[in-house]
Write a protein that binds this ligand. Sequence first.
Ligand code: GNR
Ligand code: NI
Length: 171
Amino acid sequence: MSRLTILQYPDPRLHKVAAEVAVVDARVRAIITDMFETMYEAKGVGLAATQVDVHERIIVADVSEERDEPLVLINPEIVERSVECKEWEEGCLSLPGIYDKVERPDRVRVRALDAQGQPFELDAEGLLAVCLQHEMDHLLGKVFVDYLSPLKRKRIKSKMLKRQREAAEAA
Ligand code: GNR
Ligand code: NI
């Protein structure tokens, strides 16, 4: 197992579109193991492969309090979404310390493959629904700040670049 580096916004690789996984094999399961290690270490509730520079449709998540309910979604698709939307304060491991409100459908039904390559469907609401939509956006090259106004995004981008510049100088 190894912890992977999480790409930091505005890294252009966060905007790559992930490819479908053709076969769920040992190679894919090794990526999943490393993604869980990375996600738990970073205390995130989800992680998309895009964030660790793997451009394949793989998501790991765990929204449980005890951090003992790992979820794997390969080639996820939303098959149903509620008309009702809800606003949540979102954060992202690719933009540590940045939070803002995003409105999304309140409930979604997602179809995906598990780590064995078996199809399953999942009804999600609350934090899990937000998390899965946030992760699926990552696989399409989209980050939550893309929903914010251009002015907010510009400020966030400057803040992130300044932080990265300072970290590089300190190193
Ligand atoms: O850890 C995370 N928390 C979170 C909180 C509100 C909405 C979405 C998220 S996902 C985020 C981890 C992450 O960046 N996943 O891509
Ligand atoms: Ni994220």
